[in-house]
Write a protein that binds this ligand. Structure first.
Ligand SMILES: Cc1cc2nc3c(=O)[nH]c(=O)nc-3n(C[C@H](O)[C@H](O)[C@H](O)COP(=O)(O)OP(=O)(O)OC[C@H]3O[C@@H](n4cnc5c(N)ncnc54)[C@H](O)[C@@H]3O)c2cc1C
Length: 252
């Protein structure tokens, strides 16, 4: 091969290798929210149905599991329709949620009828920039660049504080709402229904809405009767407490 052809081949292979590397780097950097159902109460629908049957039955609670599956399903459908949802508090779901922003988790933990464990900003090394980019910024090249540059400056300052022996618990004060975090949440089914009402609504903030919709999809697979009508109030009750008449889902 003469040298000019060799140069072209080398240039092309370097060019494609750098493109592939760049794509890999982007894939690694772009954080994708994950919401994995990692645990739930065994017999998630049978248990609350037994509890519901107990309220109107002379049968001892320990004998209720002898009831037929068909009867228990009918009872559960009936109480769900009536809105007597205290019985579904007997069923809990645990989610592992990763690569979401602190902005999201701040909203999530406002839901008090739940249990949480969140990655610590004191004990975990956060020296690499790791943040969520909102879609409104992501779609605009110029805006995204400015946003990323801001994040770089923030993380540089954060690392500088750590280097100056400022403890992580204080250095983290400069980190933004966009900072990625991981959290484990356990909610009972009744609390989840309330969470879906508030957070699947188009009026909810986009990131927590995305999370709520992912979680709803997961629990529907496990407990279809409990979550049959779960979702925003326009879907469940044909009302819009927000009175957002310009919303495409506003009940007609
Ligand atoms: C679109 C949207 C915008 C929001 N904006 C803001 C905002 O600007 N500022 C702000 O501070 N918050 C805001 N919130 C948060 C909101 O006010 C609630 O704190 C949050 O949604 C948790 O809901 P929750 O209290 O129903 O859930 P949970 O805390 O899980 O409670 C579930 C239910 O239990 C009952 N309950 C729980 N604790 C008590 C108690 N102490 N006393 C009586 N009953 C109780 C209530 O019936 C409650 O609905 C917003 C929420 C949404 C969805």
């Amino acid at each position: 091969m003469n040298s000019s052809i060799k140069d072209i081949v080398n240039f092309k292979s370097e060019f494609f290798t750098s493109k592939i590397l760049k794509a890999i780097v982007i894939l690694v950097t772009v954080k994708l929210m994950n919401a994995k159902l990692i645990g739930f109460t065994p017999n998630p629908e049978k248990l609350p149905a037994m509890a519901a049957k107990l309220t109107h039955s002379k049968t001892k609670p320990e004998d209720l599991d002898k009831s037929s599956d068909k009867e228990l399903k009918t009872i559960l459908e009936y109480v769900m329709k009536l809105g007597h949802t205290s019985v579904v508090e007997h069923t809990c779901f645990t989610f592992a949620i990763s690569d979401v922003s602190r902005s999201l988790t701040h909203q999530l933990v406002r839901h008090r009828i739940a249990s949480y464990a969140q990655q610590s900003q004191r004990y975990v090394n956060l020296n690499e920039p790791n943040y969520v980019i909102p879609p409104t910024i992501e779609k605009d090249k110029k805006m995204k660049k400015a946003y990323e540059e801001t994040m770089d400056v923030i993380w540089k300052q954060y690392n500088k504080l750590l280097e100056m022996n400022i403890p992580a618990e204080d250095s983290r004060y400069v980190l933004p709402n966009a900072t990625c975090t991981n959290i484990v949440v356990t909610m009972n089914a009744r609390s989840l229904i309330n969470f879906f009402e508030l957070r699947c609504c188009l009026h909810a903030q986009w990131e927590i809405r995305k999370l709520a919709n992912k979680m709803l999809q997961e629990v529907k697979k496990i407990a279809p009767t409990i979550f049959k009508n779960a979702g925003p109030p326009c879907k469940t009750r044909h009302v819009c407490p927000e009175r957002k008449k310009d919303c495409p889902l506003y009940p007609k």
